[in-house]
Design a protein around this ligand. Structure first.
Ligand code: HEC
Ligand code: HEC
Length: 288
């Protein structure tokens, strides 16, 4: 080939087209070749040391015996080890005692926040700030009571306070008077006509003579200006109060009744988690 190379001395392959178009043979730079071989060696070495080759059902395990799953399990075990002393303590204490234990508080705040986010926030809002028709937990206004044991009961057994629908018992006018009455109560007034009706029509049986509600029944305090059932778009708080009086709350005989169901968690969460949540909710606004 070299003899009839029309461009002797040049590093070409001897292939010539159109008289002078040649294929040259320049080796790639050395650094490039070194990098190529090094990466190939890395690839093969890595393939033997770590899980990689897809042979059979499972990829090869690698000579180092490393696996992502093991690493994950070790990390989880480490976290569990750190949690164990706290968890053991919580398991052996009742919620009231936990509340007194300042060492546990910080741990509970962190772990219960996650539990609350997973199990409760969908209804009660992030940090217990409440949602329309779901009670705020981050205040000191309680339907059933904010003592630690009462909160435990609310979480373990669930709650569903009942107010009878009054659509068939009261006239529209009476409903309006009573709704007005509850609204003015929270403005510090105590209208005598409304009060008489409130007593005659049995509202006091559940909300009490002073209309402040009863923890045993979960009936609302009607004097504090905190409304659980808020008006829909275009309505006023008066409309909303009228609706509650007309259709009640959790009244099985009225299909339009307001729903207020707190699910029971005793079969869904273990004992320690309920205690942690009760302590957490208590610190949000517990006490009375
Ligand atoms: C499906 C919605 C829903 C979920 C989920 C839920 N709740 Fe409730 N919760 C309610 C409703 C509704 C009420 C009010 C019940 C009533 O009016 O009788 C309530 C009431 C309560 C009360 C009583 C409040 C008071 O004022 O006395 C506490 C405490 C409470 N919830 C805590 C929790 C905790 C903690 C979780 C998570 C483990 C949780 N709830 C999950 C809907 C829910
Ligand atoms: C059988 C018991 C019962 C009777 C009787 C009853 N209530 Fe209620 N009432 C409740 C309960 C329980 C709630 C729900 C509290 C909650 O979940 O926030 C409620 C809620 C309300 C609310 C809504 C409060 C809010 O925060 O949105 C109003 C208004 C109200 N009642 C007014 C009345 C009036 C007026 C009467 C008399 C006609 C009456 N209730 C009779 C138990 C009762």
């Amino acid at each position: 080939m070299a003899e009839n190379n029309p461009f002797p001395g040049e590093n070409n392959t001897g292939h010539v087209w159109d008289e002078n178009l040649r294929e040259l043979s320049n080796p790639p730079p050395k650094w490039w070749m070194i990098a190529l071989w090094a990466s190939l060696a890395w690839f093969v070495g890595y393939g033997f040391l770590y899980p990689m080759w897809p042979i059979g059902q499972e990829p090869t395990q690698g000579l180092l015996g490393w696996s992502q799953m093991d690493e994950y399990n070790e990390a989880v075990a480490e976290v569990e080890k750190m949690r164990a002393p706290y968890e053991n303590k919580i398991a052996g204490m009742n919620a009231a005692a936990i509340l007194e234990d300042s060492e546990l508080q910080e741990y509970i705040q962190r772990s219960a926040k996650v539990l609350f986010g997973d199990n409760c926030a969908a209804c009660h809002g992030a940090g217990g700030a409440g949602n329309i028709a779901f009670p705020v937990l981050a205040d000191d206004n309680w339907l059933y009571g904010g003592q630690i044991d009462t909160i435990m009961q609310s979480i373990n057994n669930g709650r569903a306070g009942v107010m009878t629908a009054h659509a068939k018992i009261l006239s529209d006018e009476e409903i309006n008077t009573l709704a007005q009455y509850t609204l003015t109560l929270s403005q510090g007034k105590d209208d005598p006509a409304g009060k008489t009706l409130f007593q005659q029509k049995g509202c006091i049986a559940c909300h009490g003579m002073d209309a402040k509600g009863m923890h045993a029944l979960g009936s609302a305090n009607l004097t504090d200006g905190i409304w659980r059932f808020l008006p829909e778009a275009g309505e006023t708080q008066l409309d909303s109060a009228e609706y509650t009086i007309r259709h009640g709350v959790n009244d099985p005989n009225d299909p339009q009744t307001r729903e207020a169901q707190m699910p029971a968690f005793k079969d869904r969460l273990d004992d320690s988690d309920v205690k942690k949540l009760a302590v957490y909710v208590h610190t949000l606004g517990g006490g009375q």
